[in-house]
Write a protein that binds this ligand. Structure first.
Ligand code: SF4
Length: 266
C-alpha cells in the first residue's frame, strides 16, 4: 500500500526524489486538507502563523506514515518549533530538513498569464515533483503578488491574470526556497502587493520592500482575508490601473528582475 507522506515547506529535492521513487503519496500539510474548523487546533497559540496552525490541524487528523518538515533558512523558526511539538505529540516519524538546494529550475509559471489562483496551485503542486515547471510564454505584468502562498487562496481571485508572482512563492517554483536574493526581488515598474501571513517573520521584509517600492502595498492576513484587506487590495489594483510605465532604473535597493524577465506594460 502507498505510504502517505506529509510535507511542510519545500523539503530538499533528494527527499522528494526518494518519496517519488518509493511511490509514496505526498500530502502538502501547509494547505487546508480537511474541512475542520481552525478552532479544533489546540496545540499552538491562537496568535500564531495560520499556515502552521493548518499544518498541526492536518497532521493531527490525517492518517500519515511520516512527515518531512523543512525548518532551515528555506522555511522559518516557527516551523522548527512546530516540528518539536509534532515530534512530541505524534507517534509517526517527524523528520526535520534544512533545504539549501541552490540549482535554479526557473519560474515560468510566476510570469505566465494563468489566473493567479491557478498559478499558485500549480506552484505548490510542483513541489511534489523533481521536474521543472512546464514552459509558459511570459506575459506582460500589470500587477505583482509578492509573498508566500496565502492560507486563504480566495485573496488571489482579486488579482488580474497577468499578475507576476515574486517572493518565496517564486523561490518555491525555482526549487530554491532559501534564496534570499530571489525572495527579495521584484520589479519597481509593476504595482505590487507585498503579502505576508500575520505573525510571520516575513512581515518585516514584506513591509520593508513595500515601503521601498514606488508602487507597493503591504498587506498581512491571518486565517482568512478579511473585508478590510480585500478592500485595500481592490482599491490599490484599481488605482494602479493606468499607472504602469516602462521599467525604470530603481532609486531603491529593490532588485530588478533582470533584463528580459518581467515586462511592465508601457
Ligand atoms: S508564513 Fe511565515 S511563519 Fe508561517 S510557515 Fe511560512 S514562513 Fe513560517
Amino acid at each position: 500500500m502507498k505510504k502517505i507522506i506529509g510535507i511542510v515547506g519545500v523539503p530538499p529535492l533528494d527527499i522528494i526524489r526518494q518519496i517519488n521513487e518509493e511511490q509514496g503519496k505526498i500530502v502538502d500539510l501547509d494547505e487546508p486538507q480537511l474541512s475542520l474548523s481552525m478552532n479544533r487546533e489546540a496545540y499552538l497559540p491562537q496568535v500564531y502563523c495560520a499556515i502552521l496552525r493548518t499544518v498541526m490541524l492536518n497532521a493531527m487528523n490525517m492518517p500519515l506514515d511520516k512527515i518531512y518538515i523543512d525548518v532551515g533558512p528555506g522555511k522559518c523558526d516557527c516551523a522548527l518549533h512546530v516540528s518539536t511539538v509534532l515530534q512530541h505529540v505524534l507517534t509517526i516519524p517527524v523528520i526535520t530538513t534544512r533545504n539549501r538546494d541552490s540549482e535554479g529550475f526557473g519560474y515560468p509559471i510566476c510570469r505566465s498569464n494563468l489566473p493567479l489562483i491557478e498559478k499558485i496551485q500549480a506552484i505548490t503542486q510542483g513541489v511534489q515533483s523533481c521536474e521543472p515547471s512546464p514552459e509558459y510564454p511570459p506575459s506582460v505584468a500589470t500587477a505583482g503578488f509578492w509573498g508566500v502562498p496565502p492560507r486563504d487562496f480566495a485573496l488571489l481571485s482579486l488579482f488580474p491574470n497577468n499578475t507576476h508572482v515574486y517572493g518565496w512563492t517564486r523561490c518555491m517554483e525555482n526549487k530554491t526556497p532559501a534564496d534570499m536574493e530571489l525572495e527579495s526581488s521584484c520589479n519597481p515598474a509593476v504595482p505590487t502587493v507585498f503579502f505576508a501571513q500575520s505573525f510571520c517573520a516575513k512581515t518585516a521584509l514584506a513591509k520593508h520592500l513595500a515601503e521601498l517600492h514606488p508602487k507597493g502595498l503591504y498587506v498581512d492576513c491571518d486565517v482568512n482575508a478579511g473585508s478590510s484587506a480585500r478592500a485595500k487590495i481592490e482599491a490599490f489594483l484599481e488605482l494602479s490601473r493606468g499607472t504602469l510605465a516602462a521599467p525604470t532604473v530603481s532609486t531603491t535597493s529593490i532588485n530588478n528582475d533582470g533584463p528580459g524577465d518581467d515586462h511592465a506594460a508601457g
